[in-house]
Ligand binder design. Structure first.
Ligand code: TYD
Length: 138
């Protein structure tokens, strides 16, 4: 997978004076079935998260509250996204190194994932990720 497969998905919004509503349906709005949801919260100022890649996992990342930066790297090119709206989801396909930082105070990063947590799906070392990403065997 390359950065060309990454996209910012404009999620449906039901605008209402009582408060807006957004929904996400597997298959309709995102190109994978959701098998796990996790979120980062109470992130202290200056913290860095991520710093890993996934071999097969598809993810959608949303700033549910506040904002943060997501640096994506496909082993050849890097691109930084700033997420700050709860109706935009950043689709991250497999084989993408990610670094998340610049969290605003009180921000919440929610991630929808295509599979359960599995440590064997992670690249924890950048050199290992680069070897496979640049080898083109994924
Ligand atoms: P990790 O994915 O490394 O977090 P980040 O990339 O945001 O810094 O996960 C941190 C720890 O949490 C690690 O020990 C694995 C554990 N974890 C789970 O048990 N289940 C999960 O769904 C996730 C995402 C992490």
């Amino acid at each position: 997978m390359s950065l060309q497969h990454v996209r910012l998905i404009d999620l449906p919004r039901i605008l209402d004076p009582r408060g807006n509503l957004t929904f996400i349906e597997s298959g309709n709005h995102i190109p994978f079935d959701i098998r796990r949801v996790y979120y980062l919260y109470d992130v202290p100022g200056g913290a860095h998260r991520g710093g890993h890649g996934h071999k097969a996992l598809h993810q959608l990342m949303i700033a549910m509250s506040g904002s943060f930066d997501v640096l994506l790297d496909d082993g050849r090119t890097k691109f930084k996204y700033h997420l700050n709206r709860s109706y935009y989801g950043l689709y991250i396909p497999p084989m993408m190194w990610r670094e998340i930082d610049n969290f605003s105070s009180g921000s919440v990063c929610m991630v929808l994932a295509s599979d359960h947590y599995d440590e064997s799906d992670y690249y924890r070392e950048y050199a290992d990720f680069l070897r496979d990403a640049q080898g083109g065997n994924k």
